[in-house]
Design a protein around this ligand. Sequence first.
Ligand code: GTP
Length: 604
Amino acid sequence: MHTMQQERRFIRNFVITAHVDHGKSTLADRMLEQTGTIEARRMKPQYLDQLDLERERGITIKMAPVRMQYKGHELNLIDTPGHSDFSYEVSRALHAVEGAILLVDVTKGIQAQTLSNFRNAKKAGLTIIGAVNKIDLPSAHPERIAMELANLLGVSPEEIFHISGRSGQGVMELLDAVIERIPPPAETSAAKQCAGRALIFDSLYNDHKGILAYVRVMDGALRPGDDVSLIAGGAKFKIKEVGRFLPEHQAVKTLTAGEIGYIATGFKEAALVTIGDTIVRLDSILHADVKPKILALPGYREATPVVFISFYPDGKTEFDDLKKGLERLRLTDAALSFEPDSNEALGRGLKVGLLGQLHFEITATRLTREFGCAFITSFPSIAYHVKEKGMWRVVKDPHEFPLDPDEVLQPMIAMEILAPAPYMSQVVNMKNVFALDIRSIHTLGDNVAIEARMPLAELIRDFDDQLKSNSAGYASFSYELDGDDKADVEKLEILVAEEVVPALTRIVSRRDAEYEARKTVERLKELLPRQQFAQALQARIRGRIIARETIAAMKKKLGDFGKNGGDRTRKMKLWKKQERGKERLQSMARVNVPVEVFREILKK
Ligand code: GTP
């Protein structure tokens, strides 16, 4: 055991990285157990997964960092979220460590995120230790998968660890390798100028201490009471507390270079403390003849939302409750942004900016689960750059999209799809449905790796589910944003009884416009209740109707005036009255698309 101030050479900082479900959290549990960090009796599965939601869905959004004592060393394990929506956060976390365990499930083999995790770890200059997991399973082919992994890493198969996170087999040996192979934190070149400097790789909201910045200290030392500044964010504050992860927070006197821990900022607003920013002691800036920007650790980027979805309160939820829920979520999620939005049919709502589909699902589930909110969500939209009358502007709301723009640019993604060889043609054929521009295909063990480019808009059109169903669930993909390209898109408007329903306006690619138009009016026809008059359902592009359906009028019996003719004038009067009633109803019908219909039609 060493003194409070840990010597650098006894510190190892690392991540476990793996494709979803390959067993990262389970391995972390065994490590906690085998290092005695958590007593076996306190152990529960996926100890480090903090949110109930994570445990339930079995996906790790973020796992708590933890410090373990093992064979005289301090081992800091931090997590990287596995999904592409959070790729920027992954890259930041990788810059907080020196090594990575790349874990592969022997029953699944290498998958798309195994590849992107490997590349990211390599790009960050990390020492990578390969391990195949779940060797306790009878269906396992550890030798073959270990060979594939060795090939990927460019090492011999003997260097790959064979482990079971479930039984604990091989986990001690893996921990030994962490100490032997991963280098201790090195001194940075700016160390001499820096009294204290740290990289923020994550953050957490705490009711009492405000936002806690999870940091890797790069130079010098940080203590409570130090005056510090956030270089990108610009905010200055006095450190309230510093501490370590046991994994419970434990306050300490100092965090020194090489260590991983937290810094209590006292801020209440997540947006002030962003991942990738640098915390620097003000005396570093005053002393040396340096400008603060020079002390910024490289790679900071603002999280930019790319998908926009409006949330409208539904049922018992009030607008203010929905807003409050989102405000609370934003305290812990600096990537979340929102602004007021309103809609004739759905009332007041909030347009939420998100990093992608998973980010949306997490946000929606947390709003429901943690804040009891009920809501309807709009079609997802993305931000287009639109040129109209020579001027460029950003359009996020389909309703504001011009009918005939000069030029439109849309965000693109570069993606890598990994599929078992027998499914290759089915996956490649997806280019008939999605604007998938396949750049290269090469084999990788039993898989084919397909590199492609695609508009981001295609991804939110259910690409994920389609890929799964075209590959019996085996194919996987990862992606990153890859600039803007010219877009061939149209504004599709839906009209009910001759009037546009703004909530149903969407931007669609030209080649899908007719299909989407037809699908929507057909669906509306099924869903809308009949009225006493015929209702026209139309889809319009650039002022032209391209799909049409009619809901026939409800057959309502006119008053029966008896076989003997009755009073003709009385009959005429009644007819007239009913006609007037119909007109009135017709004008009312314009806004009368019931909420249930929106709920159904906006459902994916
Ligand atoms: P994400 O957090 O979603 O990325 O998943 P993960 O990589 O953390 O995987 P997790 O540890 O949640 O494990 C996924 C599933 O595999 C769970 O059902 C585990 O019980 C199971 N599992 C993990 N390790 C082993 C193992 O060594 N053997 C067996 N048989 N099952 C395992």
